[in-house]
Design a protein around this ligand. Sequence first.
Ligand SMILES: [Zn+2]
Length: 214
Amino acid sequence: MKRIVVPAKEARRVRVRSGQRFSIITPEGCQCVDFWAIRADDLTEWASAEFTRVELMRLFPRVGDAIFTNRRREILLFEEDNSPGIHDMLVCACDPVRYERLGAKGWHPSCQENFFAVASELGWFYPFLPQSISWFTNIPIAADHSIGWARSPARPGDSVGLRALMDCDIIVCSCAQDFTEINCLNPTPLWVELFEEDAETTPAHAGRRDQGAR
Ligand SMILES: [Zn+2]
């Protein structure tokens, strides 16, 4: 098992192979994870929050669900959830304008800039930021369909376990938000743990696909 430490308010890219398992852990708890997965041999295909919502006919992922790409293919399987099970697929990543409006004085790190920094190091160019899948992120929906920013309920040491169903690059970002309460006003590091022994195995998965037109 290999552990990659993602410092607070930063992002790291990790290559995972089809069949390989990995965990994302919040060692200190109350930390939102902005997460992307991009196909290794085709950078125009990525884990898509909107396609996943449609394929699952659910707003948020739960254990047993696949995560789908923008071409409706399964890229990841959500295998384990050692957290209260609150994750988000609705809100965009934080960006410089967001912090400016929140009153930040000068530059403030953001998940958008962290994504583009990692992407540009690799020579990737994205004209836009794919929506993140946000582990441990608590976006409550009220009866009138308004949404809110609530504290992440993740406890110290909580984790999610995923399995790659395609060779892909994952980008794991410790959300830098310290104006709203989602990270308990104190962003902290994340760990990514890669399980090497699974790399060559064939994934046995059954992504949940509800019936119905889409
Ligand atoms: Zn963020």
